[in-house]
Design a protein around this ligand. Structure first.
Ligand code: BGC
Length: 709
């Protein structure tokens, strides 16, 4: 791929000043013109002053072992005489966020590689490719970085020198695999106000990921400058401490007259813009926010009679939009924005119902496959931008959980097949690490991250790490066995291993002292006395005022563990709980996305901490999968994945007047709604496939169609 071209760069590392590459060429009697392009870093391309394509932050975020190549039909942009230009940033490949890149930054920095193929009307072909004939200069983007934002000087005139050819052969070139990132929607300012400190702030009324565009008539040399924030502090002042070291700013030097600008090579996570400098009085017409995310099609719909619950559903969608930017990031704002594996596995089922994420996960899981350590260990962030990212239970298990869920939702056998060796290798790796056969003990983990029962000063809940790890060892072995079976392999090793681990867990861990421990014991069926454990869990929750204490590990399964064991009403109590800690607590506090911490802001309006306090952290949004799958009861049958066969078993409550869920599956739309009618419920069900409807324990077998019960 791109065999005729060479990597070209600026002659030396320009640090964070973006280089611009250019080439002029004639193109007469051309029938079709195609551009194949990629970069180490991110590129922004223009042909004859017009933007090429709509891919933002191309070539995307991948394992450092590969870069994606994009192909554009540029016939329409072509003239007889042409100028093509590409501006590059260090992006994900060698920008500040990628600490692994730092060591080699002296030798490897942003570079461009492309080929333009001109197909002439007479059938002849001409290729214009990056080589020493290209020129490069320093662009008007005088600073750009994913964490820190952008500086642009509209009066800057680049001077050009010949580009330097580089031997950057450490990355392989692959065709675009994921969904492209593109501009998805525009959000207009909701209000502009002065804070008590006297700062001018624009509120978009929605925490989002993307950038903003402004318009101003100015004098040459005037400055426009904005900073971003997700929240205001308790006094109503602009608050940026939770961005940690990420500067997330835009500084723009105006040209004389009209200036319209939006950043090109960075993104921000924000709800508020602080106007640090603007040449004239800023109005609501001066600026708009532009939402960026991977180009996923919306497939899931939830609705209920509760406005608070509906707002939670919306926040979950915004959490996904804000964090599905080529990779599933933990958060889009602070100096992190990494593909945290734990967060992704916690949310993958919900993600796959809300949006079509089949291709998105195919790409990210390929990055995971490539970044798996030779030992089989899975780094806790993918792409692996940090050194020494070992395997933590519930994080590394994304290697088994994500492909298996994508298989269940979309019947994607090809992905499962591709990932199967990585799954086996990972499970085998645990066997070499553990201190106790058939358990996973004595190793380091993130534990029940952010569990509220954490000892003072710790991020880790107090659930036993050996227990959590052993349960995930069991789960990953089980999923590997199921994957092998689904793929038609005869291998019994993982099924036997899973059964042995299960037995060992039952024999070893007999006491459950936290909510999360009870939840895991129940959900993963690793206890012999489910009734007693469920009763204990229910008691703990009730004694805590019908409130949860779970972190990243326990929360996704909490409502499932309750409803599977006769405590559906208590599950609803947790879902509908409005006081801290709960899902609706953040909604009542005005959240427009999902928070990292149950107590991101406490009752007194104070922040939990400045170190780890993201207000756009999608993981706890995984509660939506209980609403789709249990409350409305839509499930695919495990050996008929992709909703080839469906089970619909709603679990209604009188605490709501109605609840509905719909998923546009690969087979068509499935929906399930229930309405409280006096003492009973009316159910409306539409299914695209043979379905077993279970209402009040009574089984109805139906074919595709719409039914009322
Ligand atoms: C991230 C989390 C992640 C965690 C690992 C944090 O900094 O934001 O979401 O899973 O580290 O424990």
């Amino acid at each position: 791929m791109l065999n005729n071209s060479k990597w070209i760069s600026y002659p030396e590392n320009t640090q964070y000043h973006a280089p611009v590459f250019r080439r002029c060429f004639s193109a007469r009697d051309v029938k079709k013109a195609t551009l194949c392009v990629t970069a180490l870093g991110c590129y922004y391309g223009e042909l004859n002053g017009k933007r090429i394509g709509d891919f933002i932050l191309a070539p995307g975020c991948t394992s450092l072992k590969r870069v994606q190549v994009q192909t554009y039909d540029i016939t329409e942009l072509l003239r007889d005489e042409n100028k093509i230009e590409f501006t590059l940033s260090k992006g994900w490949f060698c920008g500040r966020l990628n600490s692994r890149a730092r060591d080699r930054m002296k030798d490897v920095y942003e570079a461009l590689r492309c080929e333009i193929t001109l197909l002439h009307k007479d059938g002849s072909k001409e290729i214009i490719a990056t080589d020493e004939g290209w020129q490069v200069g320093l662009s008007p983007i005088t600073f750009t970085d994913i964490y820190d934002g952008e500086h642009f000087d509209a009066n800057y005139v680049p001077s050009f020198v010949p580009a330097k050819v580089q031997k950057y052969d450490m990355v392989s070139l692959v065709k675009q695999q994921g969904e492209k990132i593109c501009e998805q929607e525009t959000v207009l300012p909701h209000r502009i106000f002065k804070t008590p400190k006297g700062e001018t702030v624009i509120d978009f009324n929605q925490n989002l990921t993307g950038y903003f565009e402004f318009f101003v008539n100015a004098k040459a040399g005037d400055t426009v400058s904005f900073s971003v924030a997700e929240v205001l502090d308790k006094d109503g002042n602009f608050y940026t401490d939770n961005y940690r070291s990420a500067k997330s700013e835009l500084v723009y030097t105006c040209r004389e007259g009209e200036n319209i600008y939006k950043p090109r090579l960075t993104f921000y996570g924000f709800r508020y813009l602080r106007v640090n400098s603007f040449p004239v009085e800023i109005t609501r017409d001066s600026v708009k926010a532009i939402v960026l995310h991977s180009d996923m099609k919306r497939t899931g719909y939830l609705d209920s009679s509760s406005p608070l619950l509906n707002k939670l559903f919306k926040n979950i969608l915004w959490g996904q939009k804000g964090n599905f930017l080529d990779i599933p990031t933990d958060c889009p704002q602070r100096d992190e924005r990494m593909g945290w594996t734990g967060d992704a596995q916690v949310f993958v089922r919900t993600a796959s119902y809300n949006y079509d994420v089949n291709r998105f996960f195919e790409k990210w899981l390929e990055d995971m496959r490539l970044d798996q350590y030779p030992s089989g260990s899975i780094p806790f962030i993918i792409p692996q931008f940090w050194d020494d990212c070992g395997s933590s239970a519930a994080w590394a298990d994304a290697v088994t959980i994500c492909p298996y869920q994508i298989y269940l939702t979309y019947a994607n056998r090809a992905l499962l097949k591709k990932m199967y060796p990585a799954m086996k290798k990972y499970v085998n790796h645990i066997g070499t690490q553990t201190k106790t056969k058939n358990l996973w003990t004595g190793c380091w983990h993130f534990g029940d991250w952010l569990g509220l029962d954490a000892p003072a000063g710790s991020y880790k809940g107090s659930s036993s790490e050996d227990f959590i790890a052993s349960v995930y060892y069991y789960y990953s072995a089980l999923l590997t066995a199921k994957a092998g079976k689904a793929l038609g392999y005869r291998c019994q090793k993982y099924a036997r291993l899973a059964e042995n681990i299960r037995k060992s867990i039952i024999n070893t861990f007999t006491e459950y002292k936290t909510q999360t421990e009870c939840v895991l014991a129940l959900y993963f069926d690793v206890t012999e006395n489910k009734k007693a454990v469920a009763d204990k869990l229910a008691k703990m929750i009730r004694e805590n005022g019908k409130r949860l204490q779970t972190g990243f590990v326990g929360t996704p399964y909490l409502l499932h563990a309750l409803s599977q064991n006769g405590y559906t009403e208590l599950a609803y109590d947790l879902l509908l709980q409005e006081s801290y800690p709960s899902w609706l607590y953040s909604v009542k506090q005005g959240a427009t996305t999902i928070w990292e911490h149950w107590d991101g802001v406490n009752d007194r309006g104070e922040f939990w901490s400045k170190d780890m306090n993201s207000f756009n952290h999608y993981a706890y949004g995984s509660v939506a999968d209980w609403v789709y799958g249990v409350a409305c009861g839509i499930k695919t049958v495990e050996d008929k994945p992709g909703f080839e066969e469906i089970i619909i078993e709603p679990h209604p409550t009188k605490k709501l007047d109605y609840l509905s869920a719909g998923i546009d599956t690969v087979r068509g739309t499935v929906s399930s709604a229930w309405f409280k009618e006096g003492d009973s419920f009316r159910y409306e069900i539409t299914t695209p496939a043979p379905t077993t409807v279970i209402i009040d324990g009574v089984i109805h077998k139906v074919e595709r169609g719409t039914y009322v019960f």
